[in-house]
Design a protein around this ligand. Structure first.
Ligand code: 9D3
Length: 249
């Protein structure tokens, strides 16, 4: 997979993408990530990337030209014999986008190429949205100062799903055994830390009992913390009845 990221702050990507898990996917050539400075696609002497808003108001607006030029230059470099591909997602990271979920990551991991454009507090010329962008994504209902961290979250989530990446097995596990539940509590040595013992059942060696305990813990924890997940969770009839009994009381 190839991921091209357009940003006004390329330096922000230095740390996260050069660390451990992600770097291993790059080393294995499962993914190639290219960071592009939008400023490099300007032609004027001052490398102008923003300008005043038509109609007035405070704040500046990112200009259409350098963003179009950046995307078009990537497309003509990667696809020299065509105008690109009609299945190439050009994704704008913006608070107005559809909420990012694992499902969207799975969908995106099926593409061989993604272009990500980092939105900005200032806002961008609407013609970028209308005529260049194919998809708009937000990572949650909180205010970031730009789309860079969102692009990193999306990239990390998608890359670990690529076959051969660390986590792709994990995701296969998520899929096949996907319970839709939060994880059960885990413990390791020592058996007693300070005066806090490990639950006795985990020391019993009774694997059936352990499996039932973990399952019950996962359900109770989900009920307490993320009851919204239970609607779609994969529960047996008895488990469903138990949940409804607790929820109802
Ligand atoms: C409400 C007016 N805007 C501020 C002038 C809203 C606004 C626009 C852009 C607030 C923050 C930003 C910068 N954030 C992103 O570009 C962004 C983002 C986010 O803030 N939260 C969750 N996901 C994302 S994806 C990109």
């Amino acid at each position: 997979m190839r991921i091209d990221i357009l940003t006004l702050f390329p330096g922000m990507f230095q740390g996260p993408f050069n660390e451990s898990i992600f770097q291993r996917a790059v080393d294995k050539e499962l993914v190639m990530v290219n960071i592009h400075n939008i400023r490099d696609y300007t032609h004027d002497k001052h490398h102008t990337v923003d300008d005043y808003a038509y109609g007035g108001g405070i704040g500046m607006v990112i200009k259409a030209e350098p963003v179009f030029e950046a995307v078009e230059s990537i497309i003509s470099e990667v696809y020299p014999d065509s105008d690109g591909r009609d299945d190439l997602p050009v994704i704008l990271l913006t608070p107005q986008g559809r909420l990012f979920r694992q499902k969207i990551a799975e969908e995106l991991s099926g593409h061989s190429h993604l272009i990500l454009i980092c939105g900005h507090y200032e806002g961008i010329d609407e013609r970028i949205r209308e005529h260049l962008v194919t998809d708009e994504v937000s990572i949650g209902d909180y205010v970031l100062s730009g789309g860079e961290l969102a692009a990193m979250v999306l990239t990390d989530t998608v890359v670990r799903l690529l076959p051969g990446a660390l986590g792709s097995k994990d995701s296969a596990r998520d899929d096949s055994h996907s319970t839709g539940l939060l994880e059960y509590p885990q413990y390791t040595r020592p058996e007693i830390y300070r005066d806090w013992p490990v639950p006795q059942v985990l020391l019993s060696g009774n694997h059936g009992q352990i499996a039932r305990w973990r399952r019950q813990q996962a359900i109770l924890r989900t009920l307490e913390r993320r009851p919204d997940l239970l609607d779609k969770a994969d529960l047996g009839a008895e488990e469903r009845a138990l949940v409804e009994k607790i929820q109802g009381s």
